[in-house]
Design a protein around this ligand. Structure first.
Ligand code: SF4
Ligand code: MG
Length: 320
């Protein structure tokens, strides 16, 4: 229903010479213009892999990445470079991604000059404007990363991404390393930039509270498959998939009634050799024989609310 700014489909694998790992399977996710899609799941679920594919850092082994309806793999060099700039990744650890020997003026100003967006004589002025946009003082331009606090470094990372005029930001645990009070400030900055610039986001986080704060829709990933997608409040109020229910029940800030509480039992299986059928079956309190054999398809259980569970297949849903 939404204009797809980015659409990711197919079966993906890790790149490079390592053995092929099907980290993601049959994943389709669209992010609309100006939309914030949250992506949640435990570590090893494939969240970062999906984020890297969405920004073009990783190629899917099959399937396609569509940008404004166009297959990125079929684009010519110029169009692909433009798409590359338009989709930026905000890293988990801004400190690790900031060169300690570079001044902020260069960290922020280098890429826009290199890509011809800004003449080099205007680099400092441009970088200063970017710093102001993220709430930092332009006088900080000549400083080095170690001279900043964690929250300021997060803002520098955001300024660097904004400097190439993106339309789509993939934030991978972008606030996870920050204190809670600073987290809220940086999340508010993301939302302010969305309003000012019309940015779209794929907001990856293991923290459901963070995602609830920023996302319009939430996708839940479990061992490389999307098991549920819904508008944010719908997901939090009426989670359908047993895995999502367990995730919500484990949220410390959420009031959980005893009736709804389902403990997650068992270890998280590895995505290297995920369980047959529904990947969640070894941990699912509702598992039926069929769940071991057959992978459930995503079905629309309410408008815009999709879940992949056999209980929706005439089973009447979970009783809770
Ligand atoms: Fe549980 Fe079966 Fe639904 Fe998977 S398909 S979540 S195992 S009930
Ligand atoms: Mg990750």
């Amino acid at each position: 229903p939404v204009d797809a700014a980015a659409r990711i489909a197919g079966m993906f694998s890790g790149a490079g010479s390592r053995p092929v790992v099907h980290a993601l399977e049959r994943v389709t996710l669209a992010v609309g213009e100006g939309e914030v899609v949250g992506l949640v799941g435990e570590s090893g679920s494939g969240k970062s892999t999906l984020g890297r594919i969405a920004t073009g850092l990783l190629k899917p082994t099959s399937g396609a990445l569509l940008w404004r309806g166009q297959d990125v793999a079929a684009m010519d060099g110029k169009a692909r470079r433009a798409k590359q700039l338009a989709a930026q990744l905000i890293f988990q650890d801004p400190y690790a991604s900031l060169n300690p020997r570079m001044r902020v003026a260069d960290i922020v100003g280098e890429a826009p000059v290199a890509h011809g967006l800004v003449p080099s004589r205007e680099k400092n002025e441009y970088a200063a404007a970017m710093l102001q946009r993220v709430g930092l003082d332009a006088a900080m331009l000549q400083r080095y990363p170690h001279q900043f606090s964690g929250g300021q470094r997060a803002r520098i990372g955001i300024a660097r991404a904004l400097a190439v005029r993106p339309q789509f930001l993939v934030c991978d645990e972008a606030v996870a390393a920050l204190d809670v009070s600073i987290q809220a400030q940086v999340l508010n900055l993301f939302m302010q930039l969305r309003a000012e610039l019309g940015l779209s986001y794929l907001f990856i986080s293991h923290d459901l509270g963070v995602v609830r704060h920023v996302a319009d829709r939430v996708a839940v990933l479990y061992l490389g498959r999307i098991v549920e997608v819904a508008p944010t409040e719908e997901l939090f109020a009426r989670a359908n998939h047993p895995y999502t229910v367990t995730l919500l029940a484990s949220m410390p800030t959420l009031e959980v009634t005893a009736k709804r509480h389902i403990p997650i039992s068992g270890e998280v299986p590895s995505s290297l050799g995920p369980p047959s059928g529904c990947h969640f079956h070894p941990r699912c309190p509702h598992a039926m024989p069929r769940c071991r054999q057959e992978a459930p398809e995503l079905r629309e259980v309410a408008p815009g609310h999709w879940a992949a569970c056999h209980l929706n297949d005439g089973g009447g849903g979970i009783q809770r």
